[in-house]
Design a protein around this ligand. Structure first.
Ligand SMILES: O=C(O)C(=O)C[C@]1(C(=O)O)C=C[C@@H](O)C=C1
Length: 306
């Protein structure tokens, strides 16, 4: 039974994602995304489950930066979780008396319209996670009157739901990934995604276009591109890419080998089954068999068999 670290305490959306990814895993709640990843790196856990992006807020930048700068980990699975928020408070609380609300920053972004409409004068404070907020609000003498969290967090910590489905959109989804220390990759399934981080060798006109060309000429379809500051000054960026296919696919392997040739550093983050089960678009001339045939042809040319 694997032991998986996650952003806790009990009742976070990350815990729900972990349970869906591996119902049998032993769960190790951690205070932050970084702590969960460090538990996996240090061997205190076999792996970790962390949020990576949200359909409203976009990237979870802590996760992206950990993947880029921290000791390497490999993504082995992903999950798309619909997220719905509730306003939770100790029994007896009434909405007009709520002065201070506690929740995760991602939840603040996703419930802006509700907060502006129902609690325009309340101070909203950032918590380490939605469940940490619910736990804190449940304590006697808490400085917060209410939390925004999953319904299940309210049940864990004895809070009641004052309002349900308070997200600005009803179709919000957060993408979670499971990571492990570097080792064997998941087998290709025909519906895979690959992630990597690319650092430029130097800044020059067309640098981004050159990177994109490596994908384009091999017919590799990107599913996400994100630039993040290197920390080395304004205008200094590195890039996260997600794209269709598995590194075992010829077109994917050739594309990332091409990036390795022209960029400063390429950090491979893993090839893993896609949560949506979609098959990649394969343009004519970019299938594995066509790459193999072209390689055989080149070998014949090099041998003078024209
Ligand atoms: O605080 C939690 O419950 C989490 O699991 C974190 C997190 C996030 O980082 O985006 C996960 C899903 C929701 O988008 C809100 C918060």
């Amino acid at each position: 039974m694997p032991r998986l670290a996650y952003l806790g305490p009990e009742g976070t959306f990350t815990e729900e994602a972990l349970r869906l990814l591996d119902p049998t895993a032993e769960r190790l709640p951690c205070a932050t995304v970084s702590a969960a990843l460090n538990a996996a790196r240090a061997g205190d856990a076999d792996g970790a489950v962390v949020p990576l992006e949200n359909s409203i807020e976009g990237a979870i930048t802590t996760t992206l930066d950990e993947f880029a700068w921290g000791e390497p980990l490999l993504i082995t699975a992903e999950l798309l979780l619909p997220v719905q928020f509730s306003l939770l408070a100790p029994p007896g609380t009434e909405i007009p008396h709520i002065k201070r609300v506690y929740t995760h920053p991602a939840a603040i972004t996703q419930t802006r319209a509700f907060l502006a409409r129902e609690l325009p004068d309340a101070v909203v404070v950032a918590a380490p996670s939605t469940a940490a907020a619910a736990q804190e609000v449940s304590l006697p003498g808490s400085p917060y009157d209410a939390a925004i969290a999953a319904r299940i967090a309210g049940e864990h910590y004895g809070l009641v739901q004052l309002a349900t489905e308070i997200g600005d959109r009803s179709d919000t989804v957060t993408r979670f990934v499971r990571v492990a220390r570097p080792g064997a990759l998941p087998e290709p399934t025909g519906s895979d995604r690959t992630s990597l981080v690319v650092f430029l060798a130097d800044d020059h006109p067309g640098a981004l276009l050159e990177m994109l060309t490596e994908f384009s000429v091999r017919g590799v379809n990107l599913t996400r591109i994100e630039s993040r500051p290197t920390g080395g000054g304004i205008g200094r960026y590195f890039f996260h890419f997600d794209f269709e296919g598995h590194v075992a696919d010829a077109r994917v392997g050739e594309a990332i080998a091409g990036l390795h040739r022209i960029c400063g550093e390429v950090r491979f983050l893993g090839s893993y089954p896609r949560a949506d089960g979609l098959a990649p678009q394969i343009k004519p001339g970019t299938s594995d068999s066509e790459f193999t045939e072209a390689g055989d042809w080149l070998a014949r040319v090099r041998a003078g068999k024209v």
